[in-house]
Design a protein around this ligand. Structure first.
Ligand SMILES: Cc1cc2nc3c(=O)[nH]c(=O)nc-3n(C[C@H](O)[C@H](O)[C@H](O)COP(=O)(O)OP(=O)(O)OC[C@H]3O[C@@H](n4cnc5c(N)ncnc54)[C@H](O)[C@@H]3O)c2cc1C
Length: 189
């Protein structure tokens, strides 16, 4: 049988319509659910796929990209910031330049003033006072960071992380041809 001449056009239209639907549902965010139900529908799921139901307890642990659009919580912000800091420490050069060591100290000082959670920033300032940043090498910086993260963990009643496993937990970014690596110096500063 001859192919329907409208088929390619219909196919393109269907793809376009799916794309608009996905963007609209991402834009709108959470679908409303009956008041009696404490669950939230995942806006990314479509009618043809099984419905993923997210409740308020597992919602907290979802990566930011999978969360329905809404305000960032203190926990989201903390996880994202620790990810940034531990990744930075994993990529920090073995032999940093004088400028890189200075930048780490400044970054921590700025975090302690501008971190967008007042109580966390004040707490971090106190921690820095008794644990000034140590960033003479990659190992020194990642161990120092692990230690200060544990200080925050303890104050929140969380488990202490074994710092000898920090390199197994946090690695360098996967970038082609090491294009993300930070370069240090071959000279001793
Ligand atoms: C600078 C700073 C100060 C903060 N201060 C406060 C505060 O005062 N009050 C408050 O309520 N929240 C604070 N937070 C947020 C808090 O630390 C957590 O990020 C948040 O409670 C979410 O915790 P979580 O259990 O998901 O794991 P997180 O503590 O966010 O850790 C993320 C992941 O890092 C790994 N990890 C845990 N500990 C270590 C470690 N020591 N070294 C290496 N990796 C580790 C684990 O795999 C964990 O899943 C702060 C965050 C930051 C960045």
């Amino acid at each position: 049988m001859a192919e329907n001449p409208w088929q390619p056009l219909l196919h393109t239209f269907e793809k376009l319509s799916n794309c608009v639907q996905t963007h609209l549902s991402n834009f709108i965010g959470i679908k409303s659910t009956p008041r009696s139900s404490p669950t939230i529908q995942n806006p990314i799921s479509s009618d043809s796929s099984p419905t993923i139901t997210i409740n308020s307890s597992n919602l907290q642990k979802l990566p930011l990209k999978d969360k329905p659009i809404g305000p960032v919580t203190k926990e989201d912000l903390g996880r994202a910031t620790w990810t940034f800091l531990h990744t930075l420490a994993a990529q920090y050069p073995e032999k940093p330049t004088r400028q890189q060591k200075k930048d780490v100290k400044e970054l921590m000082a700025i975090l302690s003033r501008m971190y967008p959670c007042r109580e966390c920033a004040d707490h971090f300032k106190e921690i820095l006072r008794s644990n000034p940043p140590r960033a003479g090498s990659q190992e020194e910086f990642s161990q120092w960071l692990c230690h200060v993260h544990n200080t925050v963990n303890r104050s929140l009643g969380k488990l202490v992380f074994p710092c000898e496993r920090v390199d197994a937990r946090w690695g360098k970014l996967e970038c082609e041809q090491k294009s993300c690596d930070l370069h240090g110096t071959s000279m001793d500063f």
